[in-house]
Design a protein around this ligand. Structure first.
Ligand code: ARG
Length: 456
């Protein structure tokens, strides 16, 4: 046990208490951010003449060495320290002696940990944004290739109207675009520096908080020291945004699982992204998609957990808040992993155009277009709806599609139908005529794709 605060105690901490309280096993994850924060703090202290330039240089040298040694594995982070802050400070004092004891001047672990967590989350937001961008690039590639790949669009998981694969994938592109927007918003809102808030009430040293904030690329310092050490809103916002990302990935995964099934056969997941069964030799399972769908629960769980942890905490810092870390780290790693693997899976997947096209043809997805044909020939829409409903019934009885129904049968039900009905309800017409902005018509779709590509 190596504690920073033993002075006022007359007894050793009970080992179980020590273990329960310690956070080194997980907060060592942000050792880089902790050292980065200390470097800025020390530079500011020297600028304000709270430390001499000599002390500053000694401390900076020591901190940089610790950083390099931990990075290279030369120095292990030992769990004999309570947390990462204690580890860094104690190691510094071991290395440089008395100057190291001045590192914590004008600072508390409360504002220090608030800073570390912010720095960590900010770095991770940037990484996650990059992964989302990569995924969107892959989606855009699929969209470009499949502007003319017809497939059924569904409502209630019933075939509804024909769309294209580009259009279907494009829907997810929009979702991930909003996800990136949410990350940008959060990053902007959280980008204020808590360092200098001290334990809760600031400090009596003449700190230059603007300067520290600038050194650490924040937009400025936080404006209330009590809020600074107890704000975890941005963690909640991030977990909420990540839950939404997972919800989107999970819906897409669910569709891929369906599409990959023997019943649909719309896609073939690459061998590298599938797994087999220990007993059934024929199996090729979509495990990656299933895991992404499954892991969504974990990220939602983290959000509920932190919301519940935070809800009854009086101002300012309380140890409850230490609970923010493990679940946030786990959720971030989960989302990053899912984004990368999902991207790998989707960009190696084969789309079985023929099967999609056939499926679009065989589910009466052109029934609305048949009704529109009648409307264009002067029939009221409600009557046209009834007429086509009867045609569909006839087709079901005969086991054929609307395209295969002979003209006499059409005319038996309504004399308005002419030969050109077949052209009017062909898959190509059905899709190409849908030219409103946001619709699957290839012409408008191509314009949208060009716009998306520019904004990516
Ligand atoms: N490990 C603590 C946390 O994660 C660091 C802050 C400790 N502060 C304190 N006064 N005990 O919240």
């Amino acid at each position: 046990m190596a504690q920073l605060w033993g002075g006022r105690f007359t007894k050793e901490t009970d080992q179980l208490v020590y273990n329960f309280n310690a956070s080194i096993s997980f907060d060592q994850k942000f050792y880089e951010q902790d050292i980065r924060g200390s470097i800025a703090h020390v530079k500011m202290l020297a600028k304000q003449q709270i430390l001499t330039d000599g002390e500053r240089d000694q401390i900076l040298e020591g901190l940089k060495e610790i950083l390099e040694d931990v990075r290279s594995g030369k120095r292990k982070i030992s769990d004999k320290y309570e947390d990462i802050h204690s580890f860094v400070e104690a190691t510094l004092i071991d290395r440089i002696g008395d100057a190291g004891k001045k590192l914590h001047t004008g600072r508390s672990r409360n504002d220090q940990v608030a800073l570390d967590m912010k720095l960590y989350v900010r770095d991770e937001i940037d990484e996650m944004d990059g992964l989302l961008k990569k995924l969107m690039e892959s989606l855009l590639k699929i969209m470009k290739e499949h502007v003319h790949t017809y497939m059924p669009g569904f409502t209630h998981l019933q075939k509804a109207q024909p769309v294209t694969l580009a259009h279907h994938v494009g829907a997810y592109f929009e979702m991930f675009k909003r996800d990136r927007g949410r990350l940008t918003d959060i990053r902007k809102r959280m980008n204020t520096c808590p360092l200098g808030a001290g334990a809760l009430a600031g400090t009596t040293y003449p700190l230059d908080r603007e300067y520290t904030a600038e050194l650490l690329d924040f937009d400025g310092p936080t404006l209330n020291s009590m809020d600074s050490v107890s704000d975890r809103d941005y963690v909640i916002e991030l977990l909420s945004a990540m839950s939404t990302i997972m919800m989107h990935l999970s819906r897409f995964s669910e569709e891929i699982i369906l599409w990959n099934s023997n019943e649909y056969q719309f896609v073939e997941i690459d061998d590298a992204y599938s797994t087999g069964s220990s007993i059934m030799p024929q199996k090729k399972n979509p495990d990656i998609a299933e895991l992404v769908r499954g892991k969504t629960g974990r990220v939602y769980g983290a959000l509920m957990s932190i919301l519940t942890t935070m809800k009854g905490i009086p101002l300012a810092y309380n140890k409850d808040m230490q609970e923010d870390k493990e679940l946030t780290f786990d959720a971030i790693d989960t989302v990053k992993g899912c984004l990368a693997l999902f991207n790998g899976m989707i960009s190696t997947m084969e789309f079985r155009k023929e099967n999609m096209n056939r499926s679009a043809k065989n589910g009466f997805t052109n029934a609305t277009d048949a009704a529109d044909y009648l409307v264009n020939h002067g029939v009221a829409f409600r009557d046209a709806h009834g007429i086509v409903g009867r045609l569909v019934l006839t087709c079901i009885e005969k086991g054929i599609s609307l395209d295969e129904l002979p003209l006499e049968e059409y005319q038996k039900i309504s004399p308005v139908f002419e030969k050109d009905i077949y052209e009017a309800i062909s898959m190509r017409t059905c899709v190409e005529k849908r030219m409103t902005l946001g619709a699957p018509g290839p012409e408008i779709m191509e314009q949208v794709i060009a716009k998306e590509e520019e904004s990516l």
